[in-house]
Ligand binder design. Structure first.
Ligand code: PBG
Length: 331
């Protein structure tokens, strides 16, 4: 009996060229989407302390950001608005002159068809209590009243020219309601991206800073329980039934199992959102000299891709697109 292996799996790992040849997964710049924060009433970009390298932008600076994203070959920008004034029902979200709706129009013009303009469709940036919906008399988030506001928000965003609406509020029936409202208004071509499996996550922490959220309490009555995988799959299937064009899992890294299960059964594209906390963890660990920053970023994105995401929202989109363009290995 030979003491030596007859099967040598190391063969394909021997050189960079063989490893490149054998790589199962690659990322293209067009599969990356950059989240962008647009803040009302500032006149210069303001760095976000909890997200080193990410800023809030004045609307006057948005065209330049969109231009950079387009030049990098990205698939899109996902816009978030940070309004100067908030109220109980999130009026700024449905106002055509609200910061997000104005930002959409500016971005669409700057993009000039080179990339898609996507908008977050949720109320938490616009309500003074910070919840993703309007409240009932007992203080709970009122599902059906919220869905009505979402439908109006969808119309405002579509009127402003958005290509893709990111429904991130986790209200039951929100996809069907927005689709119906859009279709009735003749906006039949607007793409609905459902944040289907959106978990009640601590990893949104830095984002709350980025949008200056005032949330008291938590979102556990509408966002998913981190203990549940099957429920994430069920949410995605329900959203596809309601007419979602794309479904998403969020956060990405801690939920790769959910992503893989959704990707197995979904009949529409599956995307993932690498959220603010995932970003901050790597940036801070790298700044402390604990990990190789670029390899950790590349590895985190390849993991999300390997689990089944076709498109990834990531705050590193422009930088990573540059690495891809230079032909560098991601991990
Ligand atoms: C809701 C929304 C959130 C994020 C994207 N859309 C916050 C939340 O639900 O608490 C988080 C994104 C991130 O953390 O990067 N408007």
């Amino acid at each position: 009996m030979s003491l030596f292996p007859t099967r040598r799996l190391r063969r394909l790992r021997a050189t960079p060229a063989l490893r490149r040849l054998a790589a199962e997964h690659h990322l293209h710049a067009s599969e990356l989407v950059l989240p962008v924060f647009v803040k009302e009433g500032i006149d210069a970009a303001q760095p976000i302390a909890s997200m080193p390298g990410v800023s809030q932008h004045p609307i006057e600076g948005l065209a330049a950001v969109v231009d950079q994203a387009a030049a990098a070959g990205l698939g899109g920008v996902m816009l978030f608005g940070v309004p100067a004034v908030r109220d109980a029902v999130g009026s700024g979200a449905v106002d055509p002159e609200g910061i997000l709706n104005r930002a959409i129009a500016v971005a669409v013009q700057a993009a000039a068809g080179r990339l898609t303009v996507q908008a977050d469709l949720c109320l938490d940036e616009f309500t003074d209590h910070g919840h993703c919906g309007v409240l009932a008399a007992d203080g709970s988030v009122d599902n059906d009243a919220t869905v009505e506001v979402y439908a109006r928000m969808a119309l405002a965003q579509a009127d402003a020219g958005a290509d893709v609406l990111g429904l991130s509020g986790m209200m039951d029936g929100q996809v069907a309601a927005c689709r119906a409202a859009l279709d009735e208004a003749g906006h039949t071509g607007v793409v609905l991206l459902a944040y289907s499996a959106k978990y009640a996550s601590a990893f949104y922490g830095p984002f709350r800073d980025a949008v200056e959220s005032t949330l008291q309490g938590d979102r556990r009555t509408y966002q998913l329980d981190p203990a549940n995988g099957r429920e994430g799959v069920e949410e995605a299937l329900a959203d596809i039934d309601e007419g979602a064009d794309v479904v998403m899992v969020k956060p990405a890294g801690p939920y790769l199992d959910v992503l893989a299960r959704v990707a197995d059964v979904a009949s529409v594209p599956v995307w993932a959102y690498q959220v603010s906390g995932e970003y901050a963890l790597i940036e801070l660990a790298a700044a402390a000299g604990l990990i190789d920053r670029e390899r950790a970023i590349g590895e985190s994105l390849l993991g999300i891709r390997r689990a089944g995401a076709e498109t990834i929202l990531t705050y590193w989109a422009i930088e990573v697109a540059g690495w891809i363009r230079d032909g560098r290995s991601l991990a």
